[in-house]
Design a protein around this ligand. Sequence first.
Ligand SMILES: [Zn+2]
Ligand SMILES: [Zn+2]
Length: 128
Amino acid sequence: MSDLVRTGRCLCRAVRFETRGEPRFISNCHCESCRRAASAPSVTWAGFTDAQVTLTGDTLRSFASSPGVRRFFCGACGSPIAFRGEAWAGETHIPVCAFDAPETMAPASDHFENERLPWAALLGRAHA
Ligand SMILES: [Zn+2]
Ligand SMILES: [Zn+2]
């Protein structure tokens, strides 16, 4: 694991996080659940192992958006902060746009392309 440390936060700064090393993937998710959770056409996620991620902040809350899935957000400002799902056991996914330097974290693939809004941009590279 590399020593690279990235930091990020919610909009009101009450919740902060740190990641260590490179993510397993960076991907745009077009699924309806992500779209609704963010009120956005897609969410760009960086996938880390749980051990690579530290989440802090008294206002950190979570919501079970579907069976086996928890979405973490700031209870004060509502920013989505993390995702954990049984289908990705041992992983914590962080929205790239919550990082302090999202410009350095370009997505390489699309998830749930079949649920994409017809007008939403697509990278054209399915997730392996
Ligand atoms: Zn906040
Ligand atoms: Zn999704």
